[in-house]
Ligand binder design. Sequence first.
Ligand SMILES: [Zn+2]
Length: 789
Amino acid sequence: MGFHEIFIDMVWRIMANNWYSIIVNGKRHGFFHSTRGLKQGDPLSPALFILGAEVLSRSLNRLHSNPDYHGFVMEPRGPQVNHLSFADDIILFTSGRQKTLKLIMQTLNLYEETSGQLVNTDKSHFMVHPNAFNSTRDRIKRLTGFRQKEGPITYLGCPLFIGRPRIIYFSDLINKVLCRITGWHTKMLSYGGRAILVKHVLQSLPIHLLAAITPPSTVLKQAQSIMADFFWGWRNEKKKYHWASWKNLSFPYDEGGVGMRNLKDVSTSFQYKQWWIFRSKHTLWGEFLKAKYCQRSNPISKKWDTGESLTWKHMMHNKHKIEEHIHWKLNSGNCSFWWDNWLGMGPLAYQSTGSNRFNQITVADFWLEGRWNLNMLLQQAPNSQLANILATELHIQQGIPDQAVWKPNSDGTFSCSSAWNVIREKRNKTKFNSLIWHNNIPFKSSFLLWRALRGKLPTNEKLTSFGNEAANCFCCCNRPGLDTIEHTFNKGQFATNVWKSFAAPAGIITDHSSLPQLIMQWWSAKANNEAHRLLLQATPIFICWNLWKNRCASRYGGKQSNISRVKYAIYKDNYKLMTTCFPHIKWPSRWWDLIQLGEKCTQDIKVTVVKWIKPPNGWVKINTDGSALGNPGRMGAGGIIRDQYGEMLLAFATPLGEGSNNQAEVAAALFGMTWSLERGYRNIILEVDSQLLVDWIENKTIPHWSINTRLLKLQALIRQANEIKCKHTFREANFVADSLSKHSHKITSPQIYLGIQQLPKETRAYYQLDILEMANFRRRRIKKIKEPP
Ligand SMILES: [Zn+2]
């Protein structure tokens, strides 16, 4: 195959120097030599395999240039594909012609001889169109030696089929989910353990399949109900009652769910990914589809036709929804003027009825010498968008294709989780919902409270509605009918006693309100520090959890309800939590002391002295600041340029239209830099109080996609200076720019100040302090919790 001597020698030595020893009944027996093959796990083995496979792939592709070869008929203007291969799994596409089949078999045989690998005839099959002649089938059989097979087939775990997606094609998927579950003993796992398995393992099983194809929704529902059965558990071969629907579990914690996902949404997010790749990247399958279905028109303007592929059907079905989230960043202007969303208002084609919207004209066609071609726009563009188009600033970069931006992610790149978040149904976020959960509080404890608050526990309220008889209280009074959520967790004598003994030392007044109100009394109490806050959050969760454990032990476990046991368990749960979260503090061994210590812990306040410092001789310093009211909202910018004596050279305040804080920060720096260069300053210190902006300028982090164009302009200006330093300073040393930025919200047009007397009053005061290099004090709470002295 044309390898260098040294390479062949290296490979040979690895293969030849291979000794094995076998352990029989625990004892090693002899050494023997291997005559072929590598050591197991040697990375050379896959490398050699890939080299070999590459040879096969290239020789198959070379057939296209052979005049005797007539392959599988494909769209002539698209890519010609005669095989797809992954590792040792290969699909060949061909016509049934004798010469062609012979050529392919010759190529395979040559590969077998050269590589020493063999085609497994038993595992190889051929498929033909249902209407193919018998003579064709016989010819293929004779020439290849393979047997015929009917579809569907499975390739890399994906069912390949023609026509409607039948549920039977996806039985593998269902079986895989079932197999996993039967291997786990649900009895040994808590709700928390099962939740983790469902979230991480079960939901990821079908992932690779969903990435390639879209199963029918019945299949997804079936897989999901298997997961739900597993989550709620089994008893004696019977699945337990599902206390909440999967839908209600499938919301993030702060929206009142328990963090599960709806499989249908996950599947849809993969369809989004497919469309994103189709639109923004060059791939073989993408080029294939484009050649097949949108030869002359833009994919967005296409409609699905009967007979076209199922994947294409799904793509056509979703595209409008997905396109709303894609923005095109102009570089060389090669994106479609009519169909790509480069203006941010959706495709311009929707605003026009003219037939010219179906042409392939690009945005760059509307440019003339780096500017918008007004005449052409007047003739062709929709009038209603003319102002918006002309307001689009151009930063033309020849040779760089326009770039698709995925708006839901701040850096503009696609991710399935961001797509999922766009697709899924949302509910209101509440503080109350999110406080039920904490990373270091066990899932089972939080989940119990979640269920109690929703009346989803096997107590009287629910059981009597199933026709069961009401049960008596199991915790304290044994009174008839009192096995209810309110009695067990709140109003009962046992519960009241427990709540009181924890609330009193914590300084919380508990009156006899409902359970949610009682919990709210803990969660709305004022926390002195982070440790105290965690105790206030966790204690009600642990109280409910242990009250429930006590009730169940008394009901099913034959144990007596015992108040000191419950109190100790609640203390212990809290102690464990605090030791995990704040290990550097020694937590005491009684509740009273624990909560007292939690209250008295301190967070130090760090005071730093900051001041504005004059630039060195021959330099100027620009301080800028930008802000948006409401973020996003009305933006404004302010800034000042000062010399080595701290004397003002120029200052400005300007409103900027709508946008975010970060956009305003960039725009402010851009404004300041423009003026400094205009005035001929070449040694510049640019000082801002946004660390993010400094990082963006220095290309240390990727900015939000909406900032990119402005940032590139700013970087271009920065390169024009002789010497430049970008510095971060604290806001306390940037008060002049800060006050000018605030002032910009009160004015309607840009203001340039050349004399101190013109400055707004507040700005002037800060300016005087800066000249004297007066110190400001910056106070920050330090995160780390300290024991009281
Ligand atoms: Zn009772």
